[in-house]
Design a protein around this ligand. Structure first.
Ligand code: NAP
Length: 352
């Protein structure tokens, strides 16, 4: 039910309508995205309520594992332009059993969010040398990835991943309103227009190239399917790209890989969150993960993002908040421990 609520909340976010204050039931019809519908106060089947002062809240009967799932996906569910006054601070992760209506976490909702996800092996590789990443995606991590896709307005991949995997990026994690825009970062328009994601009528796809290659790209893909952005030191200007996506109301951007693309986003400080999973597999060699972080991270001043650690299936995943104040190496042990909370299944149950 927590996941159905996530899908319903993302529908609310996309409609950009401020909900009416009150209690809501979850309405599910076969093949349709779940919806939240206003109900009578005190309805025992109400799953959530919305108050202008507090935002969304769930019933106190929700188990911690379900609240934890909402916590994990909350940054992608929050309205990008909150109409309500912001709550003073995020609420605790789990509900207090005694409280009448404990709140789900209410973030300081940003105008938009960019979130990246990556799975790496125990020895730090993100795919085999010939580009196969499937061994690093357990069923549970695959489901998590599908869920991230379902909540995103746009999915960004790099040219190498597009060429190596030819992913269709259209499997979904349950009925939802439309599919996210698929976006390939390809500065010189080198990938083939025959790739699966450019030939799928169900979901739109866009190519992002350097402004100097825009004409060439438009001649191959058509005008409406190309975004040209400035290139700075051989890198696409990602801040401009995110601004252009937000003009199209693509507020929640999932950067799905591969490693260099996510590294570029990190370097340009264009990521709000990073979901970095480690799978219990040794590959020996392969494709590098978050390499070439350049000026964004220095070994002399290592960053310690505010993070929570989840166990997903048999794997571990860091959920790093890259906008929260970074913890420096000098942070005390207690402070570090406070920043990392271990979460185990349920699927998402917090034990520490
Ligand atoms: N384990 C996982 O979770 C996971 C997830 C996704 C993908 N993968 C694997 O990752 C591999 C591909 O990763 P990768 O690191 O080799 O490549 P990648 O990130 O897919 O693509 C990198 C390329 O994209 C273009 N690009 C991306 N961002 C750019 C920017 N800001 N400015 C300019 N160009 C930009 C550049 O193209 P040009 O080369 O044309 O300059 C760059 O070389 C695949 O094997 C895939 O299976 C693994």
């Amino acid at each position: 039910m927590a996941w159905q609520l996530c899908l319903a909340l993302v529908g609310q976010r996309r409609r950009r309508i401020e909900p009416d204050e009150g209690e809501y039931r979850l309405h599910e019809a076969a093949g349709a995205a779940p919806e939240l519908r206003l109900t009578e106060p005190g309805d025992p089947h109400a799953v959530a309520r919305w108050l202008r002062a507090t935002g969304w809240q769930v019933a106190p009967t929700w188990p911690p594992a379900a609240v934890e799932l909402l916590n994990l996906y909350w940054p992608m569910l929050a309205a990008p332009q909150p109409a309500a006054p912001q709550p003073a601070a995020p609420q605790p992760a789990a509900p207090q059993p005694a409280a009448p209506q404990p709140a789900t976490p209410q973030p300081a909702a940003p105008r938009g969010i960019a979130i990246a996800q990556l799975s790496q092996s125990l020895d730090g590789w993100i795919a085999t040398r010939d580009g196969d990443a499937s061994v690093l995606l357990s069923i549970a991590l695959h489901r998590h990835r599908l869920r991230l896709r379902a909540l995103a307005d746009a999915i960004v991949i790099g040219a190498s991943m597009a060429a190596a995997d030819d992913p269709a990026l259209r499997e979904d994690a349950g009925p939802q309103d439309g599919l996210p825009m698929r976006i390939v970062l390809d500065p010189t328009a080198r990938v083939s227009p025959s790739l699966a994601l450019f030939n799928d009528a169900r979901a739109p796809a866009i190519i992002v190239c350097g402004a100097d290659h825009q004409r060439l790209a438009e001649s191959r893909w058509g005008k409406g399917r190309v975004i040209g952005v400035p290139v700075i030191k051989r890198r696409l200007d990602l801040k401009t790209l995110l601004a252009r996506l937000r003009e199209r109301e693509l507020d929640v951007v999932l950067v799905e890989g591969g490693g260099s693309t996510i590294a570029h986003f990190l370097e340009a400080r264009c990521l709000d969150r990073l979901h970095l999973a480690q799978t219990g597999v040794l590959l020996g060699s392969g494709r590098e993960g978050l390499h070439s972080l350049g000026s964004a991270v220095s070994p002399h001043e290592p960053q310690r993002p505010d993070a929570r650690l989840y166990r997903i299936g048999d794997d571990l995943m860091w959920d790093c908040d890259l906008r929260a104040p970074a913890k420096s190496r000098s942070a005390g042990d207690g402070e570090r421990r406070a920043a990392a909370r271990l979460v185990v299944p349920g699927e998402f149950m917090r034990i520490a």
